[in-house]
Design a binder for this molecule. Structure first.
Ligand SMILES: Nc1ncnc2c1ncn2[C@@H]1O[C@H](COP(=O)(O)OP(=O)(O)O)[C@@H](O)[C@H]1O
Ligand SMILES: [Mg+2]
Length: 305
């Protein structure tokens, strides 16, 4: 269990983290979601013990993390946001160097490196210099480099920035696999879709403060409307705007109406009413509530601003 207790971290005149408290359970795949500058990387650097907090403390299984506490720092692997690789060295040489930082014994290092290269599907490219790699390959190697010492807790700081969709999927698959093997993972991102896809529980962070924490589905359920319904415009639906209005607010878009139910809408009631009025299902699309909508709801701002 990771307990983050009342952490404040300032950089001269910037308060990067402002009295943050958060608990992350063992074996969780926890999402830390927030826009650029929110304080995500600062929290990751504190968790891995690269920097110390001004106030508060972080406990891992009851033990306090600090720059000096090397034993506990070995339980953690940080996949840093900024790539930390030697461009002029091969993939294998890179991992061997990182392995020596972690004091992995020479006789086991070769096997560990081969194993990790296999995991991120770069074994065939092990002799190639990193500078010949695509963005996605570099990200995968960066991930492998952080896992050489087999940490119990894995911190991933925006590991898919600048990555092609295939490598992105591959990274997701490794993380899900590692999580299934029992690793605790904290995944930071400013992409809501990633948090939605990967994480069961999330925290939203902005301006150094936790805005909300919870199970994704519960958080989305808190939105005053539970989903958006898109209704294609056609000769029939254009005559029925009054009917749609009985279910909520409608926004008139160019080729469709966007219906935002005001109360918790029972979809079965909605569809029964549509059927009575001869409106077929092909005209209707249900959009799930999104984290984007949740962020807007909580902050009054869009996440990408
Ligand atoms: N080493 C540093 N020196 C000064 N300011 C910093 C430093 N690291 C981060 N900051 C500032 O702290 C805030 C949070 O940054 P960061 O943790 O990198 O956010 P995120 O990772 O969510 O984008 C930003 O305003 C950033 O400019
Ligand atoms: Mg960051």
């Amino acid at each position: 269990m990771i307990s983050i207790k009342n952490i404040t971290k300032k950089f001269t005149n910037i308060t990067a983290l402002d009295n943050i408290s958060l608990e992350i359970n063992e074996k969780e795949l926890f999402g830390l979601l927030g826009p650029n500058g929110a304080g995500k990387s600062t929290l990751m650097n504190l968790l891995v013990g690269y920097i110390n907090a001004d106030e508060g403390e972080i406990l891992i299984d009851g033990e306090k993390i600090s720059i000096e506490n090397l034993d506990i720092r070995r339980k953690i692997g940080l996949v840093p946001q900024t790539l930390a690789l030697y461009d002029d060295l091969s993939a294998q040489d890179n991992l061997e160097i990182f392995g020596s930082f972690f004091n992995i014994k020479k006789n086991t290092l070769k096997n560990v490196v081969a194993d990790k290269l296999n995991m991120v599907q770069l074994y065939d490219r092990k002799k190639d210099k990193v500078k010949t790699f695509s963005g996605g390959m570099k990200r995968r190697l960066n991930l492998a480099a952080s896992l050489l010492h087999d940490p119990q807790i894995i911190l991933c700081d925006e590991p898919t920035v600048g990555v092609d969709p295939q490598s992105r999927n591959a990274i997701f698959e490794y993380l899900i696999k590692l999580n299934e093997q029992g690793k605790t993972i904290i995944y930071t991102t400013h992409y809501m879709e990633e948090a939605e896809r990967l994480c069961s529980r999330i925290a939203i962070i902005d301006f150094g403060k936790i805005i909300t924490t919870g199970v994704l589905e519960t958080l989305l359920g808190e939105l005053h409307y539970s989903q958006t319904i898109l209704i294609n415009k056609n000769h029939l639906t254009e005559k029925k705007t009054g009917l749609f209005q009985t279910f909520g607010e409608i926004i008139n878009e160019q080729d469709k109406y966007e219906l935002k139910p005001t109360n918790k809408l029972k979809l079965s009631d909605f569809f029964a009413s549509m059927e009575e009025n001869g409106i077929n299902y092909e005209s209707i699309e249900i959009k799930k509530p999104s984290l984007e909508a949740l962020f807007l709801h909580l902050t009054g701002r869009r996440l990408r601003d």
